[in-house]
Design a protein. Sequence first.
Length: 128
Amino acid sequence: MSFVEWSKSSVDYGRKLVDSALEGAREGEDQFLEQESLAPYISESARHAIAPAVIGACVGAVGGYLLGGRRSTSRILAFGLAGAVIGLGAGLIWESRPLTSRMVLSAWDKVSKTRDQHWFEKNPIDYA
C-alpha cells in the first residue's frame, strides 16, 4: 500500500469516526430532550447559571482590587467581568451536564461500533 492510498484510507476512516460521533451526539440529544426544543433547556440552564456568574464577578472584582499596588476602576471591572464570564461558563457546564453526558455516551457508542466495523473489515473472520 502506497503512502497516498494509506493516507486516503486513514482520512476516510477519520471522517467515518467523526460522522458517527456527530450522529451519536444528535441521537443522544434527541433521546434526552424527547422531541422537545433545545432552546428552553438552554435558557433554563442559563437562569440557574446566573448565581455562579455573580459569585465569579464578585471574586474577580475583589481579586482585581487586592492585586497589585495601583487600584484602578478599570482593572477591578475587567477582573470582575472575567470572573463573571468564567462563573457563567462553569454554571452552564454544570447545569447542562445531564444532556452532555447523554450526548457523549451516545457518541461513544456510535464511535465504538464504527471502530468495530472497521476492524472486522481489516480482519475478516473465516469460520470455514
